[in-house]
Design a protein around this ligand. Structure first.
Ligand SMILES: [Fe+2]
Ligand SMILES: [Fe+2]
Length: 274
């Protein structure tokens, strides 16, 4: 249990009308600024995620109760992050609001086609957002204790949500391994972070990856490896022919990502030597 209003030092705040935002208010590398911007806008988009989740939750089914609980907890992420952003002046509030208007005006969200695809996707996505918030917090200046604490609290909620979905998917694997295998393979090959409706998303994503906060390397090491390992996808038995083919496809996708990540780190190492 934590309260968004208790995390902020309100006395630090200043009016933007009398003292407009400037980059020098809170010096930060561009990649870190991009990460705060993208992560907060992603949290803002919550109404559409809830809508997608409820589409797979029949009336009276217990998953609906979970969706409501989840939405209630997720909603405080954007609240507390925006309060911190406005008080600390770590990113441009006008740019942020313009981004929010564009993104929310589109209502763009991933739409998994079945409950199996949905619980696969959200397992990866909650883990990915946990890592993204955690790593962003670690890139803040040491003396911004409030910012570091806010992002740690948000990352903590994401961790709990991740554990729920990961275990739900594990239970589904025990009931119907073939359906889950096919769903997971499909989601891994097409996985994108949920913020694709954000203006200049790709440009920001590149900056965030360059900063070492979240990119293909973190997706492989901190998301795919632990989640697929826990589901033990390499040792599942009793798969249908189609599911067996999906497993082979999944292995190929992971191998390709591994190869790309290795190539990127070799390139970066060679660059560092020059
Ligand atoms: Fe969140
Ligand atoms: Fe989340």
């Amino acid at each position: 249990m934590w309260f968004p209003h208790e995390q902020i030092d309100w006395g630090q705040g200043e009016n933007f009308t009398t003292r407009p935002w400037s980059e020098s208010d809170y010096p930060l590398p561009t990649g870190v600024r991009s990460s705060i911007y993208v992560n907060l806008l992603t949290e803002d988009n919550l109404p559409y995620y809830t809508h997608s989740l409820l589409a797979h939750a029949p009336k009276g089914h217990p998953i609906r109760d979970w969706n409501h609980q989840w939405t209630m907890e997720e909603n405080r992420h954007a609240m507390v992050m925006r309060d911190w952003v406005h008080i600390s002046r770590c990113i441009d509030p006008t740019l942020l609001e313009e981004g929010r208007r564009v993104q929310m005006g589109k209502g763009e969200v991933p739409e998994p086609e079945s409950i199996a695809e949905l619980i696969s996707y959200v397992s990866f996505q909650e883990r990915a957002t946990q890592i993204a918030h955690r790593n962003t917090g670690a890139h803040l200046p040491k003396d911004d204790k409030i910012g570091r604490n806010v992002l740690a609290l948000v990352a903590g909620d994401e961790t709990k949500h991740y554990l729920f979905y990961r275990d739900l998917a594990l239970a589904a694997f025990a009931i119907d391994p073939s359906t889950m295998m096919i769903a997971v393979a499909k989601q891994v090959s097409s996985f994108a972070m949920p913020g694709t409706g954000i203006p200049s998303f790709t440009r920001h994503a590149v900056r965030i990856a360059k900063e070492g906060i979240y990119g293909l390397a973190q997706y492989l090491k901190d998301v795919l490896d632990p989640v697929l390992g826990l589901w033990d996808v390499n040792h599942l038995s009793g798969l249908s022919e189609e599911a067996e083919r999906a497993r082979v496809d999944l292995e190929a996708v992971v191998a390709k990502i591994t190869e790309t990540v290795e190539r990127m780190s070799q390139k970066a190492a060679a660059h560092a030597l020059v």
